[in-house]
Design a protein around this ligand. Structure first.
Ligand code: SF4
Length: 406
């Protein structure tokens, strides 16, 4: 039993009930508890068989997060350990409100061009890791990449995301003319790079050539956990060093992490949330871990939808103006995953502009969706999906707050 008011006067009961109905959904109250008015107070009576809920404390923490955009490690851990359907519902509703305040009902569109699936690295979760001899490799040349941009531009895309594995063939000599040409040809577009770790000089040269944004997921901010997901030569300090360097240079920087990756604990997840709050990137990519059949993690289960949405919503509340994609991985683990992502505070979608024949080969995980749809079909489909939940695609370039278009 939880005492709500003591001592109680009968006339206060209606007021208390009205307040409680505002705070908790009626359905939740009915399902989990009854209210009892006694001479010594009004009490929550938990129904038989329903364990005592920590919902009131969780709701207070969510309200604090909403009001202050900040929580302590202990509060985040409490929220994560004790979340349930009612608290998630509250969290998503708050995250939507914050997102609507910053971005309205528009969801920014980015065009993804996966131009090479060669990679020198061996991250244990990744389907295009160097050690996967079964991966069908491909590279697009400069003309093919520019063609993807042209196609995207004609469809209304104003951000191109150039993504690849860490492919040594794409040295600065190969990349700089490409980035310069995209900048020259599409001066009103943002160029986002997602090429993995590179030298400081390379980051600087690419920025000078016209790149605006850089995505580099850190995957986990816990050093011990990072070591379980990567071979010994791939180290977290190097990743974090790159992120800091990118920020210093002036890129709009995106980091991000997987939810439900092998060996991840709740404490690791909290470490990720605290890291993004502290680092304050302009973009955060959060997706569920999805196993790939040809990796050492093939037998691990995927991350869950609800806990991924939880991480998306907390991120929105910690960083109200961050650009937050409803990731393809979310759409892969659930048919409505991307819509649910938007309803949990996400405000970006990233359809694929790569040539159809290469899509399936960029196989980071199994079951990736939309590998067979033309970009035009994808836009139509996403537009319909978003309007069904009260949102619309935005064709604006969508820079982060404080970063004006060139
Ligand atoms: S996650 Fe990135 S760096 Fe790691 S193997 Fe895959 S493509 Fe390469």
């Amino acid at each position: 039993m939880v005492c709500l008011k003591k001592p109680d006067k009968p006339k206060h009961r209606a007021k208390i009930l009205a307040k409680l109905s505002q705070k908790f959904s009626k359905k939740y109250l009915k399902r989990k508890c009854a209210l009892e008015n006694t001479s010594s107070g009004v009490f929550f009576i938990w129904k038989k068989g329903v364990p005592m809920s920590k919902t009131p404390e969780i709701f207070n923490i969510i309200d604090k997060l909403y009001a202050s955009a900040s929580l302590t490690r202990q509060e985040l851990r409490f929220l994560l350990d004790n979340r349930d359907g009612a608290s998630d519902e509250r969290l998503f509703e708050r995250a939507r409100a914050v997102s609507a305040r910053a971005f309205g009902k528009g969801v920014f569109l980015r065009g993804l061009i996966e131009f090479s699936n060669y990679c020198a690295k061996n991250c244990l979760y990744c389907g295009i890791r160097a050690g996967n001899a079964g991966a069908a490799r491909y590279r697009l040349n400069k003309e093919e990449i520019l063609k993807c941009c042209e196609n995207g531009y004609s469809l209304g895309f104003r951000t191109f995301v150039l993504q690849s594995g860490e492919d040594p063939s794409f040295s600065d000599e190969a990349l700089l003319p490409l980035v310069s040409e995209i900048r020259r040809t599409f001066p009103d577009c943002a160029i986002t790079l997602s090429l993995g770790e590179r030298s400081r000089e390379s980051f600087e040269a690419l920025f000078a050539a016209g790149a605006n944004r850089y995505l580099l997921r850190h995957e986990t901010a816990s050093e011990a956990h990072y070591a379980k997901l990567h071979p010994p030569e791939t180290r977290l300090p190097s990743r974090m060093g790159c992120l800091r360097e990118l920020k210093r240079i002036g890129y709009q920087v995106g980091c991000g992490f997987m939810v439900g990756s092998p060996y991840q604990t709740n404490d690791d997840l909290v470490t990720d949330l605290l890291f993004i709050k502290d680092f304050a990137p302009q973009m955060v990519g959060i997706g569920p871990f999805i196993p790939h059949r040809d990796t050492p993690f093939a037998a691990f289960p995927p991350g869950g939808l609800e806990i991924t949405l939880f991480a998306v919503a907390v991120t929105r509340l910690l960083l109200p103006e961050v650009l937050l994609p409803a990731t393809t991985a979310l759409g892969t683990i659930h048919p409505k995953g991307r819509e649910r992502g938007v309803l949990a505070g996400a405000n970006v979608v990233m359809p694929n502009l790569s040539p159809l024949e290469n899509r399936e080969k960029y196989s980071l995980y199994d079951g990736k969706i939309c590998t067979g749809d033309e970009a035009a079909e994808c836009i139509g489909c996403l537009g319909r999906r978003l309007s069904a939940v009260g949102y619309e695609l935005s064709f604006a370039r969508g820079d982060a707050a404080g970063f004006a278009a060139d």
